[in-house]
Design a protein around this ligand. Sequence first.
Ligand code: PEP
Ligand code: MN
Length: 625
Amino acid sequence: MILVLKQGIGEEEIEQIRSILRQEGYLIREMSTGDETVIGVVGKVSRDLRFFEQLPGVAKVVPVSRPYKLVSREMHPQDTVVQIGDVQLGGPRIVVIAGPCAVESREQAMTIAKKVKSAGAVLFRGGAFKPRTSPYSFQGLGEEGLRILAQVREETGLRVATEMTSPNQADIMMKYVDVIQIGARNMQNFELLRSAGRLGKPVLLKRGLSATMEEWLMSAEYILSEGNEQVILCERGIRTFERYTRNTLDLSAIPIIKNLTHLPVVIDPSHATGIREKVSPMARAAIAAGADGLMIEVHHDPSNALSDGPQSLYPEQFEQLMRDLYVIAPVVGKQLDFAYLEKAAPASSLPSVKTGGRRRAVFAGEMRAFAHKAASQFFGSDINIDPVPSFRDVFREVKEGNCDFGVVPLENSLTGSIHENYDHLLEYDVRIVGEITLRIVHALIGHPGTELNAIKRVISHPQALEQCRDFLERQPEWELVAARDTATAVRRIKEGGESGEVAIAAREAADLYGLSVLKEGIETNPRNYTRFAVIAASAVNNGPRKKSSLVYSTSNKPGALFDTLQIFAENGINLVKLESRPIHGKPWEYMFYVDLEADVESNELAEVMRQLSEKTEYLRVLGSY
Ligand code: PEP
Ligand code: MN
């Protein structure tokens, strides 16, 4: 049950309630959900509800209707984010766990780990204790396998996940492993669940072969009841009458589970399908359906794998899958970042090189504007994110060392480049160290209860009004008013208090100001994305760098631009953007802005860059990221 406490209750009174509940033998979970203080009470309730209602300081008592309590969303409305080293599973970043079915040797594990890491995986998987259907199949390397996993972590920085099959393994799991996996066959091994719960490490709980979602959540409840809330649910296919696949992947588990519980959910398409060719389509579908992550079996030599070779992806297939997920994730409001691991580490552990305090990033506009959302998705919660008045201020703050990073929009998929920022990139000597693509979903925002037919005025940034033109044209009597940015428009609605006024902005802006979303997805074209660049005063990223941005000018001779492009073509380098901008003060002369799918600062491309500099009059690398 949930006790909602009276507003403004003092700490002394809360302590009294706590001590009564403890005396009665209940487990207590405290939550603060915005303005309410709430205590979750778990255990066998032998008292009448009225006993709790009359406790001093209690405003109301809400029974939890589900059989699982700690796991339920009623008890814990916000998403749980599981922290694994520097990586967060359950936030806006997609987390991909990859590796072989079983650890076979140090060499095998290390080879695969390096490959999956360079493709963007952030956790390594590999079984050391393999519960196989046949007692004659390979059973895993045991503790030696765990030692190899620990070496993989040491050498690559990837955190490691492995299956625990017996409470006897508790000590060695503590010693070597970061995420404890409970296998499908052990989902209802309650002794094992309790033992894993007590270790205090994140637990990945696979759904049993024939378990209902409720049974699965009850198993998670065992782990949470040991005081461990760091639980990840993993759907890996269930047993049905269908024999074309090894199991049947229950993708509907994603929205259902996310509704019933606050715990993150991960999909394992490898064990679900059992067939290599089916793994990538199901992985893509899982991300589109809202999964927080994936667990994928990868092997460099699957035909000689000691287990599950036929369902293991080749590293090249895995890399292609990751590139596809990179494109899909923003559609559902998430991100896949190939260099997540490198980025997460300094963001959380190091103080700011600029100010000595917490790291700081700035963006132009108001809190909860789209640029703020981009910055929060890129950096997570380990950094201060502050607004400044203009794009120029972002560049200036970065250049002058008042912050570590800046986030600026470079282009929109419908309206094209934000030229001002391209010009600033040239003027200020800063580096692009990352990029993030955000899907722009516009919402109509007003005071709670505003009816559409009562609207008189719509306020927003002119570009947002333009992007919602079809919707707005259906309401010709609405007056359209421009604001500096979308979040400013929402603030004006809040402060104005006039019920006939509404704003167009991101849903997050409505949440910030306690306003309602009257209608969402009102943009004319749903393929509305903005690409933001993350800038810093100097290069910071040591991780995989898949892209580079350059700016150059050529001589005014026939074929001069062609000569530069030929260098890319001959070296198999994919050009993903080419734009020209006038050079200030030199009428009819242009700078070319080029994005390439390559790390032009790597040693392998040194010769290519030398050739390019010969064919250009001015050449600058804006960044590789
Ligand atoms: C595994 O992930 O290695 C495994 C054995 O999976 P499951 O428990 O889902 O069969
Ligand atoms: Mn396997």
